[in-house]
Design a protein around this ligand. Structure first.
Ligand code: SF4
Length: 319
């Protein structure tokens, strides 16, 4: 690793709805080093995607970043204007959105969509953009002759590859992949994961890989950050997370998902559901579902503390 490319500090992103303030991301801090893949994991609604949208400065209203900083390559993105962000978004940081396969325009060829993405951000001719599109699709394992195809002529895996090519169109330093393999079958999932890993090496990218399924990132992530109800509850090296998980929620997540490669084992679902984020439980937000909850957990919120080298946990059991 060669120093931080991204440093998120005390990020709070809230949605001001009629029903109340939804604290989707509530004081989250983590870093992504140059060339690192960070896996951001948690159940649906825990704030992973809102964290990604915050980094892109694409939080839709009624949401907004209310506190914290997002330092990318030495620059805090939070105070930047939309005009300033346009120089960074897609060029420096890009995103493969959740459900990206539906994001392709069905009436335009894949080639046209990729060239338009290139031309929107770079001062190049149509012919230059087309050549770049050919290079990009080749890099993601699609024959350049298929650029003339329409999205319906592509399989699910190929559409996802095309979306990845589009995210790479302007040579970003950081790519955020939000549930990029969720809708794919296991074989295609493995192929797309392999592709992301090789692209990361080849292009020296940093990657934030967002997923609800821990087993998907065991092979690709250098470090894993676990989110629960808008908070970061554990953050450590991937091997450490799998071999020595410390937070009861991380332990439960590991038991809840099968290893992609392992024979079928017993899966234990996590009892209960994540809390609503308008009025989350006091103290540790996981306490209503935690088998080890103590009186203190219901009253006081545990801080994220370093319990081993580079291993951070927010749990009173670690005191
Ligand atoms: S702080 Fe308490 S409730 Fe929260 S995870 Fe730790 S033991 Fe469980």
């Amino acid at each position: 690793m060669r120093g931080h490319l991204l440093e998120v500090k005390g990020l709070k992103t809230y949605f001001f709805t009629r029903r109340g303030v939804v604290k989707a991301v509530d004081g989250v801090s983590f870093t992504v080093d140059r060339g690192e893949t960070l896996g951001l994991v948690g159940e649906s609604g825990c704030g992973k995607s809102t964290t990604a949208l915050s980094i892109m400065k694409l939080v839709p209203p009624p949401g907004r970043i209310v506190e914290g900083s997002i330092i990318f390559d030495g620059v805090d993105l939070v105070p930047l204007s939309e005009q300033e962000m346009q120089k960074i978004r897609w060029k420096e940081i890009s995103i493969v959105f959740q459900g990206a396969m539906g994001a392709l325009n069905p009436v335009l060829t894949i080639g046209r969509q990729i060239t338009e993405a290139i031309m929107a951000h770079e001062n190049v001719t149509k012919a230059e953009a087309w050549r770049r599109a050919e290079e990009l699709v080749e890099m993601v394992g699609i024959d350049p002759s298929r650029l003339k195809d329409y999205p319906h002529e592509f399989s699910g895996g190929m559409k996802q590859r095309a979306m990845i090519a589009m995210a790479l169109a302007c040579n970003p330093k950081l790519v955020i992949a939000d549930e990029p393999v969720t809708a794919l079958d296991v074989i295609v999932q493995a192929q797309v994961l392999k592709l992301l890993r090789s692209l990361k090496e080849k292009l020296d990218l940093s990657l934030i890989f967002i997923t609800h399924d821990l087993s998907v990132i065991s092979d690709i992530a250098d470090r894993i950050a676990v989110m629960y109800a808008g908070k970061l509850v554990e953050w450590a090296d991937t091997i450490e997370i799998f071999n020595r998980p410390r937070h009861p929620y991380t332990k439960a997540l590991i038991k809840a998902f099968p290893d992609l490669w392992a024979p079928k084992g017993i899966l234990v679902s996590i009892p209960g559901a994540p809390p609503g984020l308008i009025d989350p439980p006091p103290g540790c937000r996981f306490h209503p579902r935690c088998g080890q909850a103590m009186e203190r957990c219901r009253r006081e919120e545990p801080p994220l503390v370093e319990v081993g080298k580079g291993h951070y946990v927010a749990c009173w059991l670690e005191e």
